[in-house]
Design a protein around this ligand. Structure first.
Ligand code: ZN
Ligand code: ZN
Length: 132
């Protein structure tokens, strides 16, 4: 009688162990599947985010130049920096610094321009001397 219970007990333990082992691995597989899925979803979201940000940036860049001016970015005339509209003073592309310069022509012996927002000057000779 005791022997029967003993074997029964062993049998139950083995079955539980095997079942537990499979459950454990099944759970691990399931977890990694969920993790994969989440990773993919996050990547998708990141991609969508990046695309949305690109669109927003392109739109902002477009709006930035919509000031009613028929831009002429041949700003080399009159001492403007390159790629600056010599009619409204805006650069074709937003400068990397904090100031979105608006260049104004300055009268003088040398063609020069100055940013009306931050006061930066664009004098070719002044730039050369500051570099030296
Ligand atoms: Zn312009
Ligand atoms: Zn400026």
């Amino acid at each position: 009688m005791i022997k029967t219970y003993f074997f029964y007990g062993i049998f139950v333990m083995v079955v539980c162990g095997v079942a537990g082992y499979f459950l454990f691995h099944f759970g691990k597989g399931l977890l990694s599947m969920i993790e994969d899925w989440q990773l993919h979803r996050e990547l998708d979201e990141l991609e969508a985010d990046g695309a949305a940000r690109r669109v927003a940036r392109a739109e902002a860049a477009h709006k930035r130049l919509e000031n009613g001016c028929e831009h002429d970015f041949d700003g080399a005339l009159g001492g403007f920096p390159p790629n600056v509209c010599h009619k409204c003073g805006l650069a074709k592309e937003k400068p990397t610094g904090t100031c979105d310069h608006v260049w104004r022509a300055v009268d003088g012996p040398i063609p020069n321009s100055v940013c009306e927002k931050c006061g930066r000057t664009n004098n070719a000779s002044a730039q050369r001397s500051s570099l030296a």
